[in-house]
Design a protein. Structure first.
Length: 504
């Protein structure tokens, strides 16, 4: 029998399935199907959980009135999983998910990190996870390497998203062997067309499902992967792209090629906005299942990216055991009927069940140990970085939130030096915009502090955040924008000032 790879992918309002079969040394797509995740009058299944119907206005007078709920097995995603299992005649699949469901980060690590790649990935994910008490199952895949460094894509599936999908899997009696990111599948499928233009840094924007996904490729390796989602304007999309480029490790590099991948022609204002970052070209995608097929090809090529939560793996193991146990029990009953060895058959079944219970206890102890170890690591990280009110991300948020109402303002460079200050370089539609950002907005900022709820707040009468804000405007550039540089210096504490007569 030919080797097969079957992948199901949650893609917007559809569950898409693709099967590849190995023929003559190459994998060929032999089957592809889609199932809608929402019917007329139902909540769209991109939310993955049917919402409760809104209560009528007079519900206040009848608090005990029954609320109609939808059984888990009747929800759209569970129905789609059942239909896919019936269509492909199997119950175990590789699953691909959109970036909006995942925590994803691309980082550079020393080559020595290969020895414990998942441990290093977990430390990176703890720094970006919005759920500090959540035990994450990390995934890591090396996408580029040199003699001294490796570029690694690390990711995890948060428990909030895993629980919703897991309920549908359990209701449909379907299990997951590996979980991939659909965006990586799209890059795999579109790679020949993406590389038609030579570029050192390529910005890829994909409008192929539930909003926008973004990938920044340096020499073909993804250094930034992000699910932007739906945006309400071209200016909002431009701001998200700017933030993504600034978050790259090589933030100052120029973009040589901007590729917009879409199922329809993008709006002109969107293309005009993206042209601010580099030359733009559009790739029209006709095959809606190409992203899932790309994940299937990654599976066939031995991709190591896998964000399957431990609870899904345990459910798959338990299901396999039950199938084997039923087969074994049938054989045992046959032997008993043949040789009348009731006691012999009973002893085998008993020993099998006893060994299984031991394995389950070992697995439970292992999970508990991993949870305690993960919590210990998080406590250590929190102890080191407890005060984030003066960190680089907080300073970046302060500067971006104080940008004036100027759609033409773009940051090209951002640097934060602890204890020294912040440097911003960019361009704006007018000199007044950069003056307003420096002299009106940043100069008036006060030192942030944490309130009783742990939230970062700013007091109007508090000490100033910056002791000096200096703006250096430049002449208008050939594109008609005014470049500027803003240096904002923090106040120097008394104990940090150099003693009289001594150099720094």
């Amino acid at each position: 029998m030919a080797k097969e790879v079957t992948v199901l992918g949650i893609d917007g309002e559809y569950l898409r399935g693709v099967r590849l079969e190995e023929r003559n040394g190459a994998f060929t797509c032999t089957d592809a199907e889609s199932w809608p995740l929402g019917d007329a009058g139902e909540t769209p299944a991109s939310q993955l959980r049917a919402q409760e119907p809104a209560a009528p206005i007079d519900a206040v007078d009848a608090p005990d009135a029954p609320v109609e709920t939808v059984a888990e097995e009747d929800k759209p995603l569970a129905r789609a999983f059942r239909a896919a299992a019936k269509h492909f005649e199997q119950t175990e699949f590789t699953l691909s998910l959109p970036l909006s469901k995942l925590l994803v980060k691309s980082v550079r690590m020393p080559v020595e990190a290969r020895e414990d790649l998942l441990g290093a990935a977990l430390l990176e994910l703890d720094g970006i996870s919005p759920f500090p008490d959540e035990v994450l199952t990390p995934a890591a895949e090396v996408v580029a390497e040199t003699d001294s460094e490796i570029q690694v894509v690390v990711s995890a599936l948060p428990a909030s998203a895993a629980e919703e999908i897991g309920l549908a899997l359990a209701a449909a009696h379907v299990h997951v062997t590996r979980t991939d990111a659909t965006a990586l599948g799209w890059l795999r499928s579109l790679w020949p067309r993406l590389c038609e233009v030579e570029a050192r840094r390529r910005l890829v924007l994909m409008d192929l499902g539930d909003g926008w996904d973004l990938a920044v490729l340096d020499d073909g390796a993804p250094v930034q992967l992000r699910g932007i989602g739906a945006v309400d304007s071209a200016a909002a999309l431009g701001r998200e792209v700017t933030l993504s480029l600034l978050a790259c490790e090589t933030a100052g590099a120029d973009v040589d090629d901007v590729v917009v991948c879409s199922r329809g022609q993008p709006a002109e204002d969107v293309l005009a906005r993206l042209a601010m970052f580099g030359p733009v070209r559009t790739l029209l995608v006709e095959d809606p299942a190409a992203g899932v097929e790309g994940c299937a090809r990654r599976e066939a090529e031995g991709g190591t990216f896998d964000v399957t939560p431990a609870v899904w793996a345990e459910a798959r193991t338990e299901s396999r055991f039950r199938r084997k146990f039923k087969t074994f029990l049938a054989v045992a009953v046959g032997l008993w009927a043949l040789v009348m060895g009731v006691l012999f058959g009973y002893e085998i079944v008993y020993n099998k069940m006893r060994d299984h219970q031991k394995d389950l206890r070992k697995g439970a102890h292992k999970i508990a140990y991993e949870e305690v170890a993960a919590m210990t690591n998080r406590v250590a990280i929190i102890d080191r970085y407890e005060d984030r009110s003066m960190c680089a991300l907080e300073m970046f948020r302060i500067v971006t939130e104080n940008m004036p109402d100027d759609d033409g303002m773009v940051f090209k460079y951002f640097r934060f030096t602890r204890g020294d200050g912040v440097t911003v370089r960019g361009e704006a539609s007018s000199l007044e915009s950069s003056r307003q950002l420096a002299e009106d907005n940043l100069s008036a900022m006060t030192v942030p502090r944490r309130n009783e709820d742990g939230e970062i707040v700013f007091d109007e009468d508090g000490p100033p955040l910056f002791a000096e804000v200096k703006r250096t405007p430049s002449p208008v550039n050939p594109r008609g924008f005014f470049s500027f540089t803003i240096d904002a210096k923090f106040p120097v504490a008394e104990e940090e000032k150099p003693a009289k007569g001594r150099s720094k």
